[in-house]
Design a protein around this ligand. Structure first.
Ligand code: AMP
Length: 188
């Protein structure tokens, strides 16, 4: 299975590139952010539980996130592979994902790190605020704190497994996609 993590700060282009990747490689897109937003929108018990946390720009607790993720992966037993977008965001989440995949004789093949500067991310989120109604885009500072405080530590976890490829995330969307595909094609 082709299991890929697309990694980067909020506004790095993870969702945009994931949409293109799932089409090209016929993979299942797993975005924990999209899943939480759907729960919130539908006011499910999980949505009600996490909405204040999300709106404040903080991370949802690991136990909740991991359980939701594992359930979603399990729903797709015939998938050719997954694009994990916005997960794992903490080292315990990465460890849980490794364990979950290993138990199924699977593994993460590659982590694509979208490299974008903080100023670029801030500019992009300002633009996104004009067209989207994401309450948490108002909380960008907090979300970047979560990213640099917790999520960035996921990288060394996968670097020690020699799985991380850094791709320049600034510039033309197609050019970025080309660079990502060139990297994935080496492990696919
Ligand atoms: P995103 O769309 O990926 O930026 O996610 C939106 C929000 O959902 C985040 O700011 C968190 O509150 C929550 N969230 C998404 N993925 C995770 C995760 N892997 N761990 C914890 N919280 C998450």
């Amino acid at each position: 299975m082709l299991n890929i993590i697309i990694f980067g700060p909020p506004g790095a282009g993870k969702g945009t590139q994931s949409d293109k990747l799932i089409e090209k490689y016929n993979l299942v897109h797993i975005s924990t952010g999209d899943m939480f937003r759907a729960h919130k929108q539908n006011q499910t018990p999980l949505g009600l539980k996490v909405q204040a946390i999300m709106d404040s720009g903080q991370l949802v607790p690991d136990s909740i996130t991991i359980e939701m993720l594992e359930e979603e992966v399990s729903k797709n037993p015939h998938a050719k592979g997954f694009i994990f977008d916005g997960f794992p965001r903490t080292v315990p989440q990465a460890a849980a994902l490794d364990k979950f995949l290993t138990e199924r004789n699977e593994q993460i093949k590659q982590v694509i790190q979208l490299d974008v500067t903080e100023s670029e991310v801030k500019a992009r989120i300002e633009e996104r605020k004009k067209v989207s109604q994401r309450a948490d885009d108002e909380q960008l500072t907090r979300r970047l704190e979560e990213y640099f405080g917790k999520t960035i530590h996921v990288l060394p976890h996968y670097e020690s497994q020699h799985k991380v490829t850094k791709v320049n995330g600034i510039g033309d969307i197609e050019a970025i996609f080309g660079a990502i595909c060139a990297s994935i094609d080496k492990v696919a």
